[in-house]
Write a protein that binds this ligand. Structure first.
Ligand code: ATP
Ligand SMILES: Cc1cn([C@H]2C[C@H](O)[C@@H](COP(=O)(O)O)O2)c(=O)[nH]c1=O
Length: 211
Protein backbone atom coordinates (compact mmCIF):
# COMPACT_ATOMS: atom_id res chain seq x y z
CA UNK A 1 0.00 0.00 0.00
CA UNK A 2 1.48 3.37 -0.97
CA UNK A 3 2.14 6.14 1.55
CA UNK A 4 -1.09 7.95 2.50
CA UNK A 5 -3.40 5.44 0.75
CA UNK A 6 -6.66 4.94 2.76
CA UNK A 7 -6.62 1.93 5.09
CA UNK A 8 -9.78 0.88 6.99
CA UNK A 9 -9.60 1.13 10.79
CA UNK A 10 -8.01 -1.92 12.32
CA UNK A 11 -9.79 -4.40 14.61
CA UNK A 12 -9.23 -5.23 18.27
CA UNK A 13 -9.19 -8.92 19.17
CA UNK A 14 -8.80 -9.84 22.86
CA UNK A 15 -8.00 -13.10 24.62
CA UNK A 16 -9.54 -13.82 28.00
CA UNK A 17 -9.64 -16.65 30.53
CA UNK A 18 -8.62 -17.72 34.02
CA UNK A 19 -4.94 -18.15 34.85
CA UNK A 20 -3.60 -21.23 33.10
CA UNK A 21 -6.36 -21.32 30.47
CA UNK A 22 -3.73 -21.54 27.75
CA UNK A 23 -4.47 -18.31 25.89
CA UNK A 24 -0.93 -16.87 25.77
CA UNK A 25 0.19 -19.99 23.89
CA UNK A 26 -1.91 -18.90 20.90
CA UNK A 27 -1.00 -15.23 20.54
CA UNK A 28 1.86 -15.73 18.09
CA UNK A 29 -0.18 -18.17 15.97
CA UNK A 30 -3.05 -15.69 15.68
CA UNK A 31 -0.66 -12.90 14.70
CA UNK A 32 0.81 -15.12 11.97
CA UNK A 33 -2.68 -16.18 10.81
CA UNK A 34 -3.79 -12.55 10.46
CA UNK A 35 -0.49 -11.64 8.82
CA UNK A 36 -1.14 -14.35 6.22
CA UNK A 37 -4.45 -12.60 5.55
CA UNK A 38 -2.73 -9.29 4.80
CA UNK A 39 -3.17 -7.61 8.18
CA UNK A 40 -0.47 -5.73 10.04
CA UNK A 41 -0.71 -7.02 13.61
CA UNK A 42 0.36 -5.65 16.97
CA UNK A 43 0.38 -8.11 19.88
CA UNK A 44 0.14 -6.61 23.35
CA UNK A 45 -1.08 -7.42 26.85
CA UNK A 46 -2.78 -6.12 29.97
CA UNK A 47 -1.99 -5.03 32.49
CA UNK A 48 0.98 -3.60 30.63
CA UNK A 49 1.63 -2.71 27.02
CA UNK A 50 3.41 0.58 27.78
CA UNK A 51 6.48 1.42 29.95
CA UNK A 52 4.16 2.83 32.64
CA UNK A 53 1.71 -0.05 32.23
CA UNK A 54 4.47 -2.61 32.72
CA UNK A 55 5.54 -0.84 35.94
CA UNK A 56 1.93 -0.96 37.15
CA UNK A 57 1.81 -4.65 36.14
CA UNK A 58 4.68 -5.45 38.50
CA UNK A 59 2.86 -3.75 41.38
CA UNK A 60 -0.46 -5.40 40.51
CA UNK A 61 1.00 -8.89 40.32
CA UNK A 62 3.17 -8.66 43.45
CA UNK A 63 2.15 -5.81 45.78
CA UNK A 64 -0.68 -6.31 48.30
CA UNK A 65 -3.38 -3.67 47.89
CA UNK A 66 -7.04 -2.88 48.44
CA UNK A 67 -9.23 -4.52 45.77
CA UNK A 68 -10.54 -1.10 44.68
CA UNK A 69 -6.97 0.11 44.26
CA UNK A 70 -6.38 -2.97 42.10
CA UNK A 71 -9.35 -2.13 39.88
CA UNK A 72 -8.33 1.52 39.58
CA UNK A 73 -4.75 0.59 38.66
CA UNK A 74 -5.96 -1.91 36.03
CA UNK A 75 -7.95 0.88 34.38
CA UNK A 76 -5.11 3.38 34.82
CA UNK A 77 -2.78 1.02 32.93
CA UNK A 78 -5.53 0.55 30.32
CA UNK A 79 -5.99 4.30 29.83
CA UNK A 80 -2.29 4.66 29.06
CA UNK A 81 -2.37 1.58 26.82
CA UNK A 82 -5.33 2.89 24.81
CA UNK A 83 -3.83 6.35 24.39
CA UNK A 84 -0.28 5.35 23.47
CA UNK A 85 -0.65 1.96 21.77
CA UNK A 86 -4.11 0.60 20.96
CA UNK A 87 -5.93 3.62 19.52
CA UNK A 88 -2.99 4.79 17.35
CA UNK A 89 -2.61 1.25 15.96
CA UNK A 90 -6.32 0.91 15.12
CA UNK A 91 -6.37 4.36 13.53
CA UNK A 92 -3.49 3.51 11.20
CA UNK A 93 -5.32 0.34 10.19
CA UNK A 94 -3.30 -2.17 12.18
CA UNK A 95 -5.04 -5.01 13.98
CA UNK A 96 -4.41 -5.35 17.72
CA UNK A 97 -4.35 -8.72 19.48
CA UNK A 98 -4.45 -8.03 23.21
CA UNK A 99 -3.91 -10.62 25.93
CA UNK A 100 -6.69 -9.49 28.32
CA UNK A 101 -8.73 -6.28 28.43
CA UNK A 102 -11.69 -4.96 30.47
CA UNK A 103 -13.47 -8.32 30.57
CA UNK A 104 -10.63 -9.42 32.86
CA UNK A 105 -11.35 -6.51 35.19
CA UNK A 106 -15.00 -7.55 35.27
CA UNK A 107 -14.09 -11.19 35.92
CA UNK A 108 -11.23 -10.74 38.40
CA UNK A 109 -12.05 -7.53 40.26
CA UNK A 110 -15.81 -7.70 40.14
CA UNK A 111 -16.35 -11.48 40.00
CA UNK A 112 -13.28 -12.52 41.96
CA UNK A 113 -12.76 -9.69 44.44
CA UNK A 114 -16.37 -8.50 44.75
CA UNK A 115 -15.97 -4.99 43.28
CA UNK A 116 -19.40 -3.38 42.98
CA UNK A 117 -20.57 -3.94 39.36
CA UNK A 118 -21.69 -0.29 39.12
CA UNK A 119 -18.16 0.89 39.92
CA UNK A 120 -16.82 -1.38 37.17
CA UNK A 121 -19.35 0.07 34.69
CA UNK A 122 -18.43 3.64 35.71
CA UNK A 123 -14.72 2.94 35.19
CA UNK A 124 -15.35 1.25 31.82
CA UNK A 125 -17.54 4.16 30.68
CA UNK A 126 -14.86 6.65 31.76
CA UNK A 127 -11.82 4.91 30.24
CA UNK A 128 -13.25 3.57 26.97
CA UNK A 129 -16.85 4.76 26.43
CA UNK A 130 -16.77 4.16 22.69
CA UNK A 131 -14.57 1.12 22.32
CA UNK A 132 -15.18 -2.57 22.80
CA UNK A 133 -13.15 -5.39 21.24
CA UNK A 134 -14.40 -6.49 17.83
CA UNK A 135 -13.94 -10.07 18.98
CA UNK A 136 -13.09 -11.61 22.35
CA UNK A 137 -12.01 -15.25 22.60
CA UNK A 138 -12.84 -16.59 26.05
CA UNK A 139 -10.68 -19.64 26.86
CA UNK A 140 -12.96 -21.52 29.26
CA UNK A 141 -12.12 -24.55 31.36
CA UNK A 142 -12.61 -25.81 34.95
CA UNK A 143 -10.27 -24.02 37.37
CA UNK A 144 -8.97 -27.38 38.61
CA UNK A 145 -7.52 -28.15 35.15
CA UNK A 146 -6.04 -24.67 34.80
CA UNK A 147 -4.61 -24.96 38.30
CA UNK A 148 -2.87 -28.23 37.40
CA UNK A 149 -1.24 -26.57 34.38
CA UNK A 150 0.15 -23.80 36.58
CA UNK A 151 1.26 -26.24 39.30
CA UNK A 152 3.64 -28.07 36.96
CA UNK A 153 5.39 -24.82 36.00
CA UNK A 154 8.35 -24.51 38.37
CA UNK A 155 8.09 -20.81 39.12
CA UNK A 156 6.85 -18.39 41.80
CA UNK A 157 3.15 -17.58 41.60
CA UNK A 158 1.84 -14.04 41.37
CA UNK A 159 -0.92 -12.61 43.66
CA UNK A 160 -3.73 -13.85 41.44
CA UNK A 161 -2.30 -17.32 40.82
CA UNK A 162 -1.89 -17.71 44.60
CA UNK A 163 -5.62 -17.28 45.16
CA UNK A 164 -7.61 -20.38 46.15
CA UNK A 165 -9.84 -22.42 43.81
CA UNK A 166 -13.05 -20.63 44.88
CA UNK A 167 -11.61 -17.31 43.67
CA UNK A 168 -10.78 -18.75 40.23
CA UNK A 169 -14.22 -20.37 40.02
CA UNK A 170 -15.82 -16.96 40.70
CA UNK A 171 -13.61 -15.47 37.99
CA UNK A 172 -14.63 -18.23 35.57
CA UNK A 173 -18.32 -17.74 36.37
CA UNK A 174 -18.05 -13.97 35.87
CA UNK A 175 -16.37 -14.47 32.48
CA UNK A 176 -19.18 -16.79 31.37
CA UNK A 177 -21.76 -14.29 32.66
CA UNK A 178 -20.06 -11.58 30.61
CA UNK A 179 -20.01 -13.82 27.53
CA UNK A 180 -23.72 -14.58 27.90
CA UNK A 181 -24.40 -10.83 27.93
CA UNK A 182 -22.30 -10.21 24.79
CA UNK A 183 -22.76 -13.32 22.59
CA UNK A 184 -21.86 -11.52 19.36
CA UNK A 185 -18.57 -10.18 20.67
CA UNK A 186 -17.45 -12.96 23.05
CA UNK A 187 -16.88 -16.46 21.67
CA UNK A 188 -16.27 -19.22 24.19
CA UNK A 189 -13.52 -21.71 23.36
CA UNK A 190 -13.31 -25.00 25.29
CA UNK A 191 -9.73 -24.56 26.51
CA UNK A 192 -9.52 -28.08 27.98
CA UNK A 193 -8.96 -29.48 24.47
CA UNK A 194 -5.61 -30.20 22.83
CA UNK A 195 -3.66 -27.14 21.59
CA UNK A 196 -3.97 -28.09 17.92
CA UNK A 197 -7.76 -28.43 18.22
CA UNK A 198 -7.96 -25.02 19.89
CA UNK A 199 -5.69 -23.47 17.28
CA UNK A 200 -8.08 -24.57 14.49
CA UNK A 201 -11.12 -23.34 16.43
CA UNK A 202 -9.47 -19.94 16.92
CA UNK A 203 -8.76 -19.54 13.22
CA UNK A 204 -12.31 -20.59 12.26
CA UNK A 205 -13.80 -18.15 14.78
CA UNK A 206 -11.66 -15.23 13.62
CA UNK A 207 -12.39 -16.00 9.95
CA UNK A 208 -16.14 -16.13 10.69
CA UNK A 209 -16.28 -12.94 12.74
CA UNK A 210 -13.55 -10.65 11.42
CA UNK A 211 -12.24 -11.55 7.98
N1 ATP B 1 -4.51 -26.95 25.41
C1 ATP B 1 -3.59 -27.17 26.38
N2 ATP B 1 -3.51 -28.39 26.96
C2 ATP B 1 -2.60 -28.63 27.92
N3 ATP B 1 -1.72 -27.71 28.41
C3 ATP B 1 -1.77 -26.46 27.86
C4 ATP B 1 -2.70 -26.14 26.84
N4 ATP B 1 -2.52 -24.83 26.50
C5 ATP B 1 -1.51 -24.37 27.29
N5 ATP B 1 -1.06 -25.35 28.10
C6 ATP B 1 0.00 -25.23 29.12
O1 ATP B 1 -0.60 -24.56 30.22
C7 ATP B 1 0.33 -23.60 30.78
C8 ATP B 1 -0.33 -22.22 30.73
O2 ATP B 1 -0.40 -21.82 29.38
P1 ATP B 1 -0.49 -20.24 29.05
O3 ATP B 1 0.65 -19.54 29.69
O4 ATP B 1 -0.69 -20.10 27.57
O5 ATP B 1 -1.82 -19.89 29.82
P2 ATP B 1 -2.45 -18.45 30.03
O6 ATP B 1 -3.88 -18.55 29.77
O7 ATP B 1 -1.71 -17.42 29.26
O8 ATP B 1 -2.21 -18.24 31.54
P3 ATP B 1 -1.94 -16.82 32.24
O9 ATP B 1 -3.09 -15.96 31.88
O10 ATP B 1 -1.83 -17.16 33.66
O11 ATP B 1 -0.64 -16.34 31.61
C9 ATP B 1 1.59 -23.69 29.96
O12 ATP B 1 2.50 -24.52 30.66
C10 ATP B 1 1.14 -24.35 28.66
O13 ATP B 1 2.18 -25.12 28.09
C1 LIG C 1 -6.09 -7.13 32.62
C2 LIG C 1 -6.35 -7.71 33.99
C3 LIG C 1 -5.59 -8.75 34.48
N1 LIG C 1 -5.84 -9.24 35.71
C4 LIG C 1 -5.04 -10.36 36.24
C5 LIG C 1 -5.23 -11.66 35.50
C6 LIG C 1 -3.91 -12.34 35.63
O1 LIG C 1 -3.89 -13.08 36.83
C7 LIG C 1 -2.92 -11.18 35.73
C8 LIG C 1 -2.25 -10.91 34.40
O2 LIG C 1 -1.26 -11.80 34.18
P1 LIG C 1 -1.32 -12.86 32.95
O3 LIG C 1 0.08 -13.00 32.55
O4 LIG C 1 -2.20 -12.38 31.87
O5 LIG C 1 -1.89 -14.07 33.59
O6 LIG C 1 -3.65 -10.03 36.09
C9 LIG C 1 -6.84 -8.71 36.53
O7 LIG C 1 -7.03 -9.16 37.69
N2 LIG C 1 -7.59 -7.69 36.05
C10 LIG C 1 -7.40 -7.15 34.81
O8 LIG C 1 -8.11 -6.19 34.42
Amino acid sequence: MSQGEYKPRGKLITFEGIDGAGKSSHLADVAAFLGNHGRTVLVTREPGGTPLGEKLRELLLHQAMHFETEALLMFAARREHLERVIEPALERGDWVVCDRFSDATYAYQSGGRGLDRLKFVQLEQWVHPHLQPDLTLLFDLPSVIAGRRIAVQARDLDRFEQERADFHERVRHAYLERAAAAPQRMQVIDAAQAPEVIRKLIQETIARHCL
